[in-house]
Design a protein around this ligand. Structure first.
Ligand SMILES: [Zn+2]
Length: 382
């Protein structure tokens, strides 16, 4: 029997692959879970097809900030129905697990899910367990030797060290901002980047927190509206924030339940302070709103005037760099993983809500209608 050239062909859509510089009407042929061909008209030759007529076709989205330790962390949600089925074929869990809880995260979540999951290890060895217990209420939880041992055993999936610094959420006065320095020490010893969640920390200002960050480190929750934001009293980008960007610190959206403020975002964007990556910080307390999913977060940036291709770049090729897989994911170049999303540009009146319950109405919403992961059709509404 003759073998088919393709297992699956996505046809008739407008392909936007910012990493490959493509925006046009191209079909995508997949074979053995990888992209085998991209061309104006691909003959499926008997292979299964997905019709993307009048829709966008993009690489599988990459969400650089989620919480998917279902059943152990109170933030945890199941990744396949909330991320993968909504177009995020790859996600980065931002510190749900620490050294004491990572083995379970790997075994029962990463290895059991179809969503591709990578992780930042929480410097707190317990990770983000219960709402009543801040993971850094007691400094003893910031255990560098344990973190390093866990990183060594899981270098294929742990990409960095995460520390959350909020005083009311997870960091006691007794710990202050010491966890920031311990996390820095662990990240340096492991040779990995540091990811920080800075809002309302025990630091004097965000300047003190950013001073610790270097090229390749990540500040998430960049447009939060609490103390220690990126704007000064006059609404200008702080000098320390611009300096951090200039030396290569990456700025991530991390929308979340409390960390996306329309005014902060639009004020910063008006000064050309754009995100390196758009991420959702999707977790149990925001998956029913205001976040819902990554693609809804992208729709918010379209409403604020970001061009479609630039927004998609920030959920494909850019976060692919964050997770160390440029060229493999976040693009549909030949040879890349066969992760594809078909997206409808739905017109109507859509209420988009920030983290302060402020509603803005949008005439457009992006809605994923088909998701393919590694060549397998996970979802196809058509
Ligand atoms: Zn988070």
């Amino acid at each position: 029997m003759e073998t088919l050239p393709f297992d699956l062909v996505i046809q008739n859509g407008r392909l936007i692959d910012p990493g490959a510089g493509i925006d046009g009407y191209f079909d995508v042929g997949l074979r053995n879970g990888k992209v085998a061909a991209v061309g104006p008209k691909i003959d499926p030759g008997g292979a299964r097809t997905v019709d993307a007529r009048d829709k966008l076709v993009t690489p599988g989205l990459v969400d650089a900030h989620v919480h998917v330790y279902e059943g152990v962390s109170h933030y945890g949600i199941p990744p396949d129905p909330t991320c993968l089925a909504h177009g995020a074929t790859t996600v980065l869990d931002a510190g749900s697990a620490g050294a004491d809880t990572f083995t379970g995260f790997r075994k029962y979540i990463i290895e059991a899910s179809e969503t591709r999951i990578l992780a930042m290890l929480n410097i707190s060895s317990m990770g983000m367990l219960a709402e009543e217990v801040g993971e850094l209420d007691d400094i003893k939880w910031a255990n560098i030797p344990k973190a390093l041992a866990t990183i060594e055993a899981n270098r294929d999936v742990i990409l960095g060290v995460k520390v959350r610094l909020s005083r009311d959420l997870n960091c006691s006065e007794a710990s202050g901002i010491r966890p920031l320095f311990l996390a820095r020490e662990a990240a340096d010893a492991a040779g990995l980047p540091l990811m920080i969640h800075p809002q309302d920390s025990w630091a004097e200002s965000i300047d003190q927190v950013l001073a610790v960050l270097r090229e390749g480190d990540i500040m998430t929750h960049m447009y939060h509206g609490m103390r220690h934001g990126i704007l000064d009293e006059d609404g200008r980008i702080r000098a320390s924030v611009q300096a951090a960007r200039d030396r290569g610190v990456r700025f991530d959206v991390g929308h979340g339940q409390g960390s996306f403020n329309w005014d902060v975002c639009s004020t910063a964007m008006a000064q050309d302070f754009l995100p390196d990556t758009i991420s959702s910080d999707l977790h149990s307390h925001n998956v029913e709103g205001p976040v819902f999913d990554l693609i809804t977060t992208v729709s918010k940036f379209l409403l604020l005037g970001m061009p479609l291709n630039e927004a998609l770049q920030r959920v494909t090729v850019e976060p692919a760099k964050t997770v160390g897989m440029p060229g493999q994911i976040g693009t549909l170049a030949v040879g890349a993983e066969g992760d594809v999303v078909v997206i409808e540009e739905r017109e109507g009146r859509f209420d988009l809500v920030d983290s302060h319950d402020i509603v803005r109405q949008s005439p457009l919403a992006l809605v994923p209608t088909a998701v393919i992961k590694g060549g397998r059709v996970v979802r196809n509404d058509a």
